[in-house]
Design a protein. Structure first.
Length: 292
């Protein structure tokens, strides 16, 4: 019974992390049509930056976590300006081919980030010091307080995003841009400003998820591929462009990975979610709540 509760608790925490990261991933696709294959690299970059600030420079856990988030935001903007925007604005690339060019560019950019991290900090796993200490015992299971803190922060961030999108003029402009970009431009709103805003939000969500993941499980440059694969599985399973679908799918994938890690081996944790992705692509290509 203790094992069951441990799987439920750990699965909820990792599912919350995936939900936070996948929400940003889905938001980017919904507004600008970009599937960012450097997603895992940005998460790992934020976590490694937080670790480096604490372990190498002696910065406290709170400031190092904030510093890691800042680095993640910078990497998010760099992804937009280096790998996405030049292709979107290029007149030499046909509109029908830009999507595959952007996919390739973000994939290569993610590899560059990953290799840079490995060059300067090696491939060894890095664990970020938790912001909160202590242990909570629930149903006979002792769990680090930081694990509950992780889930709470993830859902606070998701809640704030919901308030932004549904209760502010700027947020409603983002939502409108995901539904009808041409209509937004007719209202006098520049799509370039919308894209900058959505990449800022994405960078915040992905980097917060990355730093929290570094506190929870630890990360290395080897984590880049599995994290991107998990995010891609989640958004396809939930439905491209569907935030609610991504939230549900994040917990499906989170619990599948946690169950696999406990029952088989952590080395195989991503395999069931990838098999589920293949099944969904065959049986329901639009995902659970897909719009396109």
């Amino acid at each position: 019974m203790n094992l069951v509760w441990q799987i439920l608790i750990d699965g909820f925490a990792i599912g919350s992390l995936y939900a936070l990261g996948a929400t940003g991933f889905t938001l980017i696709f919904g507004v600008s049509g970009v599937l960012n294959l450097s997603h895992g690299a940005i998460m790992v970059g934020a976590a490694v930056a937080a670790w480096a600030l604490e372990a190498l420079l002696g910065v406290g856990p709170h400031l190092s976590a904030l510093g890691g988030v800042g680095v993640g935001v910078v990497l998010g903007f760099a992804t937009y300006y280096v790998a996405v925007r030049p292709i979107q604005r290029s007149s030499r690339i046909a509109e029908s081919e830009k999507e595959i060019f952007i996919l390739t560019a973000t994939l290569l950019w993610g590899i560059i980030i990953s290799e840079t991290i490995a060059y300067f900090f090696t491939n060894n796993a890095k664990t970020v010091l938790p912001v909160v200490e202590g242990v909570i015992t629930m149903m006979g299971v002792r769990t680090p307080t930081n694990e509950y803190f992780t889930a709470a922060v993830c859902w606070i961030a998701i809640g704030l995003l919901w308030l932004l999108v549904n209760r502010t003029r700027q947020g409603k402009a983002l939502l409108a841009a995901s539904m009808n970009p041409r209509g937004v431009t007719l209202q006098g709103i520049e799509l370039s400003s919308i894209h900058l805003a959505v990449w800022l939000i994405y960078g915040l969500l992905a980097s917060i998820a990355g730093v929290l993941l570094g506190m929870f499980l630890g990360v290395s440059s080897y984590s880049v591929g599995p994290l991107t694969a998990s995010a891609f599985s989640i958004v396809v399973l939930g439905g491209l462009g569907s935030v609610s679908g991504s939230l549900i799918a994040a917990y499906v994938v989170g619990y599948l990975e946690t169950l696999t890690a406990y029952m088989l081996s952590p080395a195989y944790r991503t395999i069931p979610s990838l098999l589920l992705l293949i099944a969904v692509m065959y049986l329901r290509p639009q995902g659970l709540f897909g719009r396109r």
